[in-house]
Design a binder for this molecule. Structure first.
Ligand SMILES: Cc1cc2nc3c(=O)[nH]c(=O)nc-3n(C[C@H](O)[C@H](O)[C@H](O)COP(=O)(O)O)c2cc1C
Length: 127
């Protein structure tokens, strides 16, 4: 997991502002909440780990609307992609999850205002 998270850290970002935050979710109760937020996609609760990639709207504020609407979303997305590729290199299975209720994910993870969940990645060994 350290290497998967490090890969996200090394991803490029607009102006090198790293306008993304990554949350690592392990607790079964939280994975269950995330599964419900993802419209009942059960594998989200079943996977041992879930990563949440968030756009950081405060960190990108100096870039105005384009920063908030686009750059921080791209920062989160490319970080998720780097993590996905690293996980695959390490022999882990992943699934990108985009279908979720943002407000419920924010509640489940206690995300502060200004953090917008963009993508989840489930991680585990493939059966
Ligand atoms: C933006 C995006 C959102 C996605 N959302 C979901 C999702 O909510 N649930 C899911 O099971 N797969 C989701 N996927 C995974 C795609 O369904 C999957 O990548 C696609 O079917 C191709 O399969 P492959 O990646 O095995 O080639 C998403 C992928 C992307 C890129």
């Amino acid at each position: 997991m350290e290497r998967v998270l490090k890969a996200a850290e090394l991803a490029p970002s607009a102006g090198d502002l790293k306008a993304r935050k990554v949350f690592f979710i392990k607790a079964a109760s939280k994975r269950k909440e995330l599964s419900e937020a993802a419209f009942g996609q059960e594998f989200v609760a079943q996977a041992p780990f879930v990563l949440i990639f968030c756009a950081d709207l405060e960190a990108i504020a100096s870039y105005g609307d384009r920063g908030k609407d686009l750059y921080c979303v791209q920062d989160a997305t490319i970080a998720a992609t780097y993590s996905m590729l690293k996980a695959s290199e390490l022999g882990l299975g992943t699934c990108w999850v985009g279908a979720f209720d943002e407000a419920k994910v924010k509640d489940a993870c206690g995300l502060k205002e200004g953090l917008r969940p963009i993508a989840m990645l489930t991680l585990g060994y493939e059966a």
